[in-house]
Design a protein around this ligand. Sequence first.
Ligand SMILES: [Mg+2]
Length: 376
Amino acid sequence: MLVELHPADSHDDLRYVVVVAFDQDRIVLSRKHGHDTWETPGGHLEPGEGPLAAARRELYEESGVRPRALYPAFDFTVDGIASRAFVAEVGQWDPLPDSEMAETRGFDDLPDQLTYPDIAPIVVAAARRAVKIRSLPLVGLLLDLDRTLLDHDAAAASAVLAWAATLPQWHGDQAESVDRWRELEARHFSEYQRGECDFPEQRRRRVRGFLPQFAKLDDAEADRLSARYLEHYQNGWTAFADARPLIEHALSVGLAVGVLTNGDQDQQGRKLHRLGLDLPGVRLFASSALGVAKPHPEAFRLACAGLGTPPAQTLMVGDDVDTEIVGARAAGLPAWHLARETARPNSLSTLAELHGLRAWPTPGHRAAPAEHLRPR
Ligand SMILES: [Mg+2]
């Protein structure tokens, strides 16, 4: 069963609405007559009924809750079937009306006995995140680039195989080559980030480590091979499908948007352009131009200075906890970790979850001029 989250209002072929209702921190669940499992209120849309009206009706029929707030949090699909999830804050809780439900009450945590055990934990955790995301008093958004906006692993894997196939010395083991290349990239890029070598040198070291026959290549030969890999890599640059919609959303609600990335300003700029993410207003902050790399807190402070946004009101989002989340928090920024492959309650599973972000009004705020940001 595949459960995927999408921005609220992104689907007009909704089959169901689901309401995650919070009574303070407790979540409202109901139990059907003759069953011992619990579920969030929700159900089919009736003919001609809008999703919000359906959510309000289902919530009352199945729990007796009259909400003081009710809003769409996200859409989700289960094996392609679309539903909209609403978040409600309990205003008044009436006795349960006559319905298919036998009982309703508030839970601190989801019980083990769930009617939809494959769906409810994902939807409820995402609803809790949606509540937090909506409440962030933001004026700015900083996004990591590689593996957050760019599908770097897919691009690197297909590039290394295409490149290796042109090398007469290659042994032909695809899985080994992809793993080895990933390991070499991580090791030598870290050396570059720690200042132990320059950017071209970390590329040469990756080439020299790839095959035993390459260990003693001179700089010119390593550069030549590296350039050929790079061509394949650049041809494979693809943005994750949720990247551009999020940037467009953030700009449309008035957030200052920056991309904060460790790497070379020119290369990362070309990347952003190739991905179609260099939308007007998006600022790029690469470590080569900042003079300091993530996770150093100064990198985050400089990027905020460049955006003209206070760190406490600038959200950092990235895929690497040690590089982005720890560093951003040390610099005073709120930060959310993006874990695309593994569902975790405190991590985003997709950038689509950030469509609840709103810019907080700050009279007089404006972005700093570009000169504010100087390489050091
Ligand atoms: Mg990253």
